[in-house]
Design a protein. Structure first.
Length: 275
C-alpha cells in the first residue's frame, strides 16, 4: 500500500516536474523569439544611428568649409573696397593735380602773351626751370657793369614786368640775382655774391612800386654759383648775368606734409610763447 502510494506520489511529482519543465522551455522559446525580434528591430536603428552620425560629421565639415569660404569672401570684399577707396582718392588727387597743372599752363600762356613785346625785343625770356615758371631779364638790360643801380630803361622794364605779375595775387615770387664768374674790379661790392644780392633787392623794391605786395616777394643772390652756361666764352658769361623772377608754387600744388611733421608743427603752435 505504501509502495503504491509512493509510486503515485512520484508519478505526480514527475508529471509536475515535466509540466514545469515544459512551461520553462516554452517561456525560453518565447524569450528567444522576442530577443530575435528585438535584435532585428535594433539593427536598422543602430545602422540609422551610424548613418546619422556620419551625416552629422559630414554636415559639420561642410559647415566649417562654408564658414571659411564666407570669411575668405568677406576678406576679399573688404580688400576690394579698400582698393576702391584708394583708387577714388588717387583719382581725386590726379584730378586736382590736372586742374592745378591746367591753371599753371594757363598762367604761363597768359604771361607769355602779355610779355610778347618784351620777349620779341630781347628784354626778357619766359621759361621753366626746376619746375617753376621763370621770367629772366638780362643784366645788361637793367644795370651797368658792376653796378646795382637800375638804368632808366631798366627800371621801366621791371615796372612793366611788375604790372603783369601783380595779376597773380595768390602767388609769391623769388627774385634772384646772378653773375658770371669774373671777379669784380672795384671795391663797391665784396664779391659777385654781394653784387647779385644787391641787384635782386633793387629789382624787388621796383616790383613793390609796381603794386606787388612786399609779403609776396623774396630777394636772393646766387652770385656765380647757379650758371645756365659754362662761362667759357663771352656769350656764355653774358647769359649767366641775369635777374630771374620765379613764380613759387601755390599751396595747393605742394605735396602733403608727412603726418609726423604735421604733428610737430601742431605741437609747436600749441606751445606757449617763449617756452
Amino acid at each position: 500500500m505504501r509502495l503504491w502510494a509512493y509510486a503515485i506520489l512520484m508519478t505526480i511529482i514527475a508529471s509536475a516536474a515535466s509540466y514545469f519543465a515544459w512551461l520553462l522551455r516554452e517561456d525560453s522559446l518565447r524569450l528567444d523569439a522576442a530577443y530575435a525580434a528585438c535584435s532585428q528591430e535594433l539593427e536598422p536603428i543602430e545602422e540609422r544611428a551610424r548613418t546619422s552620425a556620419r551625416r552629422a560629421q559630414t554636415c559639420e565639415a561642410e559647415l566649417l568649409d562654408f564658414a571659411a569660404r564666407a570669411q575668405a569672401n568677406d576678406d576679399q570684399l573688404a580688400k576690394m573696397q579698400g582698393n576702391l577707396s584708394a583708387t577714388k582718392e588717387e583719382l581725386t588727387a590726379l584730378r586736382t593735380q590736372r586742374v592745378e597743372a591746367e591753371k599753371q599752363l594757363a598762367a604761363i600762356e597768359k604771361i607769355q602773351a602779355q610779355f610778347a613785346k618784351m620777349i620779341d625785343t630781347g628784354q626778357l625770356k619766359v621759361s621753366a626751370r626746376r619746375g617753376s615758371l621763370v621770367v629772366e631779364m638780362p643784366a645788361e638790360v637793367l644795370f651797368r657793369s658792376g653796378s646795382a643801380e637800375l638804368s632808366e630803361q631798366g627800371e621801366l622794364s621791371v615796372l612793366e614786368v611788375g604790372f603783369v605779375l601783380k595779376q597773380f595775387p595768390d602767388r609769391r615770387f623769388l627774385v634772384v640775382g646772378h653773375t658770371d664768374n669774373v671777379p669784380l674790379k672795384n671795391a663797391a661790392f665784396q664779391d659777385n655774391w654781394e653784387l647779385s644780392t644787391a641787384r635782386a633787392l633793387t629789382v624787388t623794391h621796383v616790383l613793390v612800386k609796381a603794386g606787388i605786395k612786399s609779403q609776396a616777394l623774396i630777394a636772393a643772390g646766387a652770385g656765380e654759383h647757379d650758371p645756365v652756361s659754362s662761362n667759357a666764352r663771352s656769350a656764355d658769361r653774358q647769359r649767366n648775368r641775369r635777374i630771374e623772377i620765379q613764380l613759387l608754387p601755390a599751396i595747393a600744388e605742394l605735396p602733403p606734409l608727412p603726418a609726423s611733421l604735421k604733428a610737430t608743427q601742431a605741437s609747436a603752435a600749441a606751445s606757449p610763447a617763449g617756452k
